[in-house]
Design a protein around this ligand. Structure first.
Ligand code: SF4
Length: 226
């Protein structure tokens, strides 16, 4: 599957909002926190001003597409699927994205960024219900159990990311499984991950407030429904 491989901070500058594409680094070294850092990229970026109604909807769609790191065709397929499903198209659309395997691995803290979580899955370091899966787009269901392979537990990036989530906590629709659950809320120094299986479960479907997307999905639906 094709994917964007250019500079990612440029994407945040284009949308004029932090999209947290680099995980933990976005909290410490973000150009958008610098003076003039939020100017749109390009030689004439600062001059662009007029935004039409269509432009607003387009920007909202691009923002979400960039957060998810998807190309247009794959992103649009999620919209079509959501439209065909019963219930609110906007919420279903976001839920389909939120419950992708790579995003759930990120939300469980196995990686601090979506790109990192996708890499973990692609390289076969994650299993779902006991079976190794290397498809980041796999949709998960309530009750599915996701686990990091035993050999990957000691990876420095995984450990750092998990320790961060231990102190930050999990969204309410996910839970850590087994021994790992006992670690939540402890201080980072008191956590020993070398012997703890890293696994989590989808407890329930996330509702809109629990999803991690800083977008107005209604504008995206309007853009695609024209
Ligand atoms: Fe770069 Fe992260 Fe800041 Fe976006 S939020 S500009 S990816 S550091």
């Amino acid at each position: 599957m094709a994917r964007y491989t250019g500079p990612v901070c440029k994407l945040c500058r284009r949308e004029a909002v932090k999209l947290f594409l680099k995980g933990d680094r976005c909290y410490s070294k973000c150009p958008l926190d610098q003076p003039n850092g939020s100017l749109p990229p390009g030689q004439h970026g600062a001059r662009r001003s007029k935004t039409t109604e269509y432009g607003k909807r387009l920007r909202e769609k691009q923002k979400l597409r960039r957060v998810m790191g998807l190309m247009e065709r794959q992103f649009y397929r999620y919209f079509v699927k959501a439209q065909e499903a019963p219930g609110s198209t906007g919420e279903t659309f976001l839920r389909l994205l939120e419950t992708r395997l790579d995003n759930v691995a990120r939300r469980l803290g196995f990686s601090s960024s979506l790109a990192g979580a996708r890499q973990l899955v692609l390289h076969g370091h994650v299993s779902v219900n006991g079976e190794r899966v290397n498809i980041p787009s796999q949709g998960l269901k309530v009750g599915d159990r996701i686990e990091v392979a035993a050999g990957t537990r000691n990876n420095a990036f995984v450990q750092k990311s998990v320790k961060t989530i231990v102190s930050r906590g999990l969204p309410s629709w996910l839970e850590w499984d087994g021994q790992g659950a006992e670690l939540l809320g402890r201080s980072q120094d008191a956590v020993d991950l070398s012997t703890t299986p890293l696994a989590g479960k989808v407890k329930s479907w996330p509702n809109r407030e629990e999803m991690s997307f800083p977008v107005n999905e209604q504008l995206i639906i309007e853009l695609y429904s024209k």
